[in-house]
Design a protein around this ligand. Structure first.
Ligand SMILES: Nc1nc2c(ncn2[C@@H]2O[C@H](COP(=O)(O)OP(=O)(O)O)[C@@H](O)[C@H]2O)c(=O)[nH]1
Ligand SMILES: [Mg+2]
Length: 389
C-alpha cells in the first residue's frame, strides 16, 4: 500500500466542503413575545445555533440565525406583546417577509450573489403558543391561517405546559384544535428536572421533530437532522441510509478501473471524508478540535491493514459479486463493501462517543474508542450481518 500521510489531508477544508454541500432548510419561528420561541429553538438545536447577538436583522422584527457550520437557517420573529400596537404590525411583518422570500425565489433577475440566500423559500413554520397564556389569541389564529393559505407547513408548538394543570391543558388543546386546525406538540423547557420528569408523558419533542423532518423536502433533511441537539438515533439512521451510501458509490467509482491492492490508498481520501462527515453529523467536530486528525490518522494508518486483514479473513466471501466475478467487478464490490463496513464502524464508534459525551456528560479518552481494534471488530460485524441479510 502506498504511503498516505494525514498531513496530506486538509481536514478543515474538507469539513468546510461537507458543510457547503448541505442544503439548509429555512424555518420560520413565530409567536407572541415571551411565548418561548427562543427557549424552543435552544432546546432543539442547542444554544449555539440561535445564540443571542449572532442574529442578523433581515427586516423589522425578524432576525435571521445562520451559521456556516449549522444545517438550518432560523428566522425568529420578534413577536408582539398582547395589547400593544405591535400586534397589528406583526402579521404584516411576517407576511411581508414570507412574500419577499418567495418573490425573490421566483424572480430570476434577483438571483445574484447578494440575494443568494433569498432564493430559498420558508420551508416550514413553528408557531409557538404559550400554555401559560391559557388561550389562543385572534392574532395567533389570523397569522396561522395566513401562513396556511400560502401552503406552508405550520405546526403549533404548545410551549410552557408546566404552567398548566391537566384540565387547563385539555381546554387549551381543544382551542388549538378548533381554532388553528394544525398539528400541535406539547413542550416545556422547565429548568427543574423534577418538573420535566413529571411531564414525561405529556412532552412531545420527538413528535415535533418527526413532524419537522417529515414536512421537509428530502434534500433538506440532512441539514435539519445534523443541526439537532442530541437525537442520536435519527442521526445514526441518516448516516446509515444516506451518508455512507454516498461514499460507497464514490469508492466504487474509483475502482471502476481496477486498482491493484497496492493502490488501495486511493480509497483513503474517500474514507477520511466519510469519517469527517459522520463525525460532523453527530456533532463531534464541535467537541474536540483535533478529533479530525485523530480519526484521520486512525483511518490512514489502519486502512491498508484493515483491507488486507479483511481479505485474508475471507470476509468478502459470499458477498454477491466477489466470489465469482473477476476484474473490474471484484474491485468495485470490494471497494464499496470495504467502505460501507468502515462507515458502519466509524458511525458506531462516533455514536458511542456522542452518547458518552453528550448524553452521559462523560470525559472520554478518544483513543479508547477510535482505534484499529475497534474498527476491525465492527467491520467484521458488518460483513457478518450483510452476509446474512
Ligand atoms: N416555566 C417555563 N418557563 C419558560 C418555558 N419556556 C420559556 N420560559 C420562560 O419564558 C420567558 C420567555 O421565553 P423566551 O424563550 O425568551 O420567549 P420568546 O420571547 O418567545 O423568545 C423566559 O423567561 C423563559 O425562561 C417553559 O417551558 N416553562
Ligand atoms: Mg426570543
Amino acid at each position: 500500500m502506498k504511503d498516505y500521510r494525514p498531513d496530506d489531508f486538509d481536514f478543515n477544508k474538507t469539513l468546510g466542503e461537507i458543510s457547503a454541500e448541505i442544503k439548509k432548510p429555512n424555518i420560520l419561528v413565530c409567536g407572541a413575545t415571551g411565548a418561548g420561541k427562543s427557549s424552543v429553538v435552544n432546546y432543539v438545536f442547542g444554544a449555539a445555533v440561535a445564540q443571542i447577538g449572532h442574529g442578523i436583522p433581515v427586516t423589522r422584527g425578524i432576525t435571521k440565525y445562520q451559521r456556516a457550520d449549522a444545517g438550518v437557517v432560523l428566522y425568529d420573529t420578534e413577536g408582539y406583546e398582547i395589547g400593544t400596537e405591535k400586534i397589528s404590525k406583526y402579521k404584516a411583518n411576517v407576511e411581508g417577509w414570507v412574500n419577499e422570500l418567495s418573490n425573490a425565489a421566483n424572480n430570476p433577475s434577483k438571483k445574484d450573489e447578494t440575494s443568494h440566500d433569498l432564493i430559498n423559500q420558508i420551508h416550514e413554520v413553528w408557531y409557538c403558543i404559550s400554555a401559560g397564556n391559557k388561550r389562543v389569541t385572534d392574532m395567533d389564529i389570523d397569522v396561522i391561517q395566513m401562513l396556511k393559505a400560502k401552503k406552508l407547513p405550520v405546526a403549533v408548538v404548545l410551549t410552557q405546559i408546566d404552567n398548566l394543570d391537566a384540565e387547563e391543558l385539555e381546554a387549551m388543546e381543544a382551542a388549538i384544535r378548533n381554532d388553528c386546525q394544525v398539528e400541535f406538540f406539547r413542550t416545556s423547557v422547565a429548568a427543574d428536572p423534577a418538573v420535566t420528569a413529571a411531564l414525561q408523558d405529556y412532552l412531545q419533542w420527538e413528535d415535533l421533530i418527526r413532524w419537522a423532518i417529515d414536512h421537509l423536502d428530502e434534500s433538506l433533511r440532512e441539514g435539519f437532522i445534523s443541526a439537532l441537539k442530541g437525537n442520536l438515533g435519527a442521526k445514526k439512521r441518516l448516516i446509515n441510509h444516506k451518508i455512507i451510501p454516498l461514499y460507497t458509490s464514490g469508492a466504487a467509482g474509483v475502482a471502476l478501473t481496477p486498482i491493484p491492492f497496492s493502490d488501495a490508498a486511493l480509497l483513503v481520501p474517500i474514507q477520511i471524508k466519510m469519517s469527517l462527515h459522520i463525525m460532523k453529523t453527530y456533532g463531534l467536530d464541535q467537541k474536540l478540535g483535533n478529533l479530525s486528525s485523530l480519526v484521520g490518522s486512525v483511518v490512514v494508518s489502519e486502512s491498508g491493514r484493515l483491507l488486507a486483514q479483511t481479505l485474508s479473513a475471507n470476509l468478502f466471501k459470499l458477498i454477491p459479486g466477489v466470489g465469482t466475478a473477476i476484474g473490474t467487478t471484484v474491485n468495485t464490490v470490494v471497494a464499496s463493501s470495504f467502505t460501507a463496513a468502515m462507515g458502519y464502524a466509524i458511525s458506531e464508534i462516533c455514536f458511542r462517543c456522542a452518547t458518552a459525551v453528550f448524553e452521559e456528560g462523560k470525559e472520554i479518552v478518544w483513543t479508547d474508542y477510535f482505534n484499529g481494534e475497534n474498527i476491525a471488530g465492527l467491520m467484521a460485524e458488518w460483513f457478518k450481518v450483510s452476509r446474512h441479510g
